[in-house]
Design a protein around this ligand. Structure first.
Ligand SMILES: NC(=O)C1=CN([C@@H]2O[C@H](COP(=O)(O)OP(=O)(O)OC[C@H]3O[C@@H](n4cnc5c(N)ncnc54)[C@H](O)[C@@H]3O)[C@@H](O)[C@H]2O)C=CC1
Ligand SMILES: NCC(=O)COP(=O)(O)O
Length: 362
């Protein structure tokens, strides 16, 4: 039997074009616009095998509509795109109103996601890049999920998963990685939801992901406190003294490869990463990753630094999933002014993660 030598194998792997499904998200939002804009970039469309999952008529209508706005930007030619028309009842698509998320737009975006997940689990794609959906529209359509992440995890049969935001600084090239310990829950529930077991699971996932997806096997992880000034020795909240500090101490014994800093006062935790991001001060040792304890603790700084380019990455799934960090932006849908950088970054990162997992030299 013919045997490939190592160089030939590397060659074949190098030619692998990551096969990515791009779901169009909530069709009343800016999903189709940012996809058409991102795919107009030949670097993106040439290097990856991209298939849009959604609705052909909506794609053509969006292209026509955007071509007639004053804010004309380069758009991909819909005729040249690979597209799968996901079956959605015509009565539903007829009720989609650009700029207004409703039960119909929720039902449609849910159908695109379900289709993408099933096809990816069946091996048709290496990963999924999802345009934004509105959780409220899913709820109106009868689907009660906090977000796409939980649907992806449920359909993939995984219980350990996480929401990691990755942004590459256009100023310094430094990469900000922020994992959220809790995600879409009311603020009132955060303190009761956080436990040493939950944080240990998230830290495990983060360490695995740094290795598998970014080739980082040692370094520094910064972990936020919960209360102002990390509790100020119990005066401003006791979670740090009660369990966060002892938990971190135990983790340090278990993970000699990583310096675990924390609990860092949540307001000052973001000073060094912002300096590393903007390059306006010398930062000796910015962390390889940041663990924020709740949604806004992590996402306010991420969006201040990187709203135009951060990527939401689901970790712990059996395949790659990325998404832009922004939402459906119903207020600007159809106006032609949506910035597609984050969508482009989501596609590029998904492809890099696929290649990294396949062991392809990048
Ligand atoms: N990955 C996802 O599926 C996400 C979905 N969402 C959903 O999106 C919906 C709206 O959420 P919001 O909090 O209003 O956030 P949003 O990100 O949709 O909008 C916030 C503001 O940023 C602007 N904006 C957003 N993306 C932009 C872009 N690419 N270019 C230019 N301007 C942009 C909007 O016009 C708006 O003024 C919610 O239902 C939320 O659940 C929110 C975040 C992520
Ligand atoms: N704030 C992030 C967000 O809403 C993304 O949610 P998901 O739909 O990716 O789970």
């Amino acid at each position: 039997m013919y045997q490939f030598n190592q160089d030939q194998t590397v060659n074949i792997l190098q030619k692998h074009r990551p096969r990515l499904a791009l779901t169009i998200g909530d069709p009343a939002g800016i999903g189709l616009e940012v996809i058409l804009k991102a795919l107009a970039d030949s670097e993106v469309s040439r290097n990856y095998d991209l298939t849009v999952l959604g609705n052909r008529n909506l794609l053509l209508e969006t292209h026509k509509q955007l071509s007639s706005t004053e804010n004309l930007a380069s758009l991909a030619n819909p005729a040249l795109l690979k597209l799968i028309d996901v079956p959605v009842n015509r009565e539903i698509t007829d009720q989609i109103i650009l700029g207004t998320g409703n039960a119909a737009s929720g039902a449609a975006s849910f159908a695109y996601m379900e289709y993408a997940i099933a096809q990816t689990l069946a091996g048709a794609f290496d990963g999924i890049v999802t345009a934004p959906i509105a959780k409220s529209a899913w709820k109106s359509a009868g689907y009660n999920y906090p977000g796409q992440t939980e649907l992806l995890a449920e359909k993939s049969g995984v219980e350990r998963f996480g929401m990691l935001f990755v942004g590459r600084s256009p100023y310094t090239g430094w990469t900000l990685r922020t994992l959220l310990a809790t995600t879409h829950i009311p603020l009132r529930q955060v303190a009761d939801t956080l436990t040493p077991e939950l944080l240990a699971r998230k830290l495990d996932l983060l360490v695995e992901c740094l290795d598998k997806d970014f080739g980082i096997t040692s370094g520094r992880i910064a972990i936020a406190g919960l209360n102002p000034h990390s509790g100020e020795q119990g005066q401003l909240g006791t979670e740090e003294l009660d369990w966060l500090i002892p938990w971190l101490e135990a983790e340090r014994q278990k993970r000699p490869n990583f310096q675990l800093d924390g609990p860092i006062p949540p307001d000052t935790m973001w000073v060094k990463p912002s300096q590393a991001w903007y390059g306006n001060a010398v930062v000796k040792n910015p962390a390889d990753a940041y663990l924020a304890l709740y949604h806004d603790q992590g996402l306010i700084p991420v969006k201040l630094m990187a709203f135009d380019r951060a990527v939401n990455t689901s970790i712990g799934l059996p395949f790659v999933r990325t998404s832009p960090d922004h939402g459906t932006a119903f207020d600007i849908a159809g106006k032609g002014i949506a910035d597609a950088t984050s969508m482009k970054e989501a596609i590029v990162l998904a492809a890099e993660l696929v290649n990294q997992r396949l062991g392809v030299k990048q």
